[in-house]
Design a protein around this ligand. Structure first.
Ligand code: NDP
Length: 293
């Protein structure tokens, strides 16, 4: 195995430490304490785990965490009324509505009802537009975490060939915008892409955000390429039980790549760290203070 392992867990711990230091300064110099409100509708087990983990890490960096757990049959009007209250609450600097929402709720409508300045997930149409036009925005947490790891590992990304596999609004599309913003030559692949192996073989940077366990084998990877695995898939182990794997076949890709993120311990921890960083940024912007770098 030759690839360098990009340790997202350690990187995320450093990001959280920097956020905590900045929060302590905000508190000391300006009497501010950032607040993050997380709204969970229903009882999806994976979402419950994420929300618990977000709440715990929010408090650990010195912010206030406000959790709103609503019944699965909550009406759209009640959810919108809660978001309206949070939009107008000065103690709340960031609002995150945990996705997916139950089927009877219109996800686009709900997300677009969040004040864009408090939209720390970066999914509001205004933030999507700002990112797409290269303006200051709230950047979606998972792609932001991927970009930070890429910059940390590679330095300048300018001129590199990047292939993003997946075109979802939460990962693939914003990831492509960020890579374009860093002057990569970007290809977005998806389920209709022809000759996907050949497309991926051209890439200096491969970001896999597909949701298919171990789909990308090592022989699709250009030797020395940097591989960022966004996928989180639970598969059965031969001896019973389950384990988490990514969208790339880790062992065969690590044998060829220059660097690779593991699953777990790669992109996942960076996502929550970036959520906290975004909440800090939102707090600074709301108070006219200098933003963290
Ligand atoms: P979506 O299901 O929304 O999107 C998947 C994308 O993959 C689609 O664009 C789809 O193409 C494409 N795709 C599906 N099959 C193929 C194929 N055979 N070849 C090429 N492309 C294909 O998923 P998400 O973007 O929400 O998530 C992707 C993965 O990332 C999941 O495993 C998810 O769990 C994980 N994830 C991890 C996070 C983290 O914090 N680490 C955060 C968010 C997601 P098409 O559009 O044509 O259907």
């Amino acid at each position: 195995m030759s690839a360098q392992i990009i340790d997202g867990k350690a990187f995320a711990a450093r990001v959280r430490e920097q956020v905590a230091e900045h929060v302590a300064r905000l508190n000391r110099d300006h009497g501010l304490k950032p607040g993050l409100a997380v709204v969970l509708v229903g009882e999806d087990p994976a979402s419950q785990v994420y929300v618990r983990s977000k709440g715990k890490q929010t408090v650990e960096v010195g912010m206030n965490s406000y959790e709103h757990k609503l019944d699965a049959d909550t009406s759209e009007a009640d959810l919108l009324a809660l978001i309206d209250r949070l939009n107008n609450d000065p103690a709340v600097n960031g609002i995150l509505v945990q996705l997916p929402l139950p089927k009877h709720l219109n996800e686009d409508l709900v997300i677009n009802s969040i004040d864009p300045a408090k939209d720390v997930d970066g999914f509001h149409i205004s933030n999507v537009g700002l990112l797409g036009t290269g303006q200051k925005s709230m950047v979606p947490c998972t792609p932001l975490g991927c970009l930070m790891m890429l910059r940390d590992h590679l330095g300048s990304l300018s001129g590199l060939d990047a292939v993003v596999i997946g075109r979802s609004n939460i990962v693939g599309k914003p990831m492509s915008q960020l890579l374009l913003g860093d002057s990569c030559t970007v290809t977005i692949a998806h389920s209709r892409t022809k000759d996907l192996p050949d497309v991926v073989r051209r890439a200096d940077i491969v970001v896999a955000a597909v949701g298919r366990p171990q789909m990308v084998p090592g022989d699709w990877i250009k030797p020395g390429a940097t591989v960022i695995d966004v996928g989180i898939n639970r598969i059965d182990k031969p001896d019973g039980g389950t384990r988490l794997v990514g969208d790339v076949d880790y062992d065969s890709c690590a044998a060829v790549a220059g660097a690779i993120t593991p699953v777990p311990g790669g992109v996942g921890p960076m996502t929550i760290a970036c959520l906290l960083a975004n909440t800090l940024t939102a707090t600074c912007r709301a108070n006219g203070l200098e933003e963290p770098q």
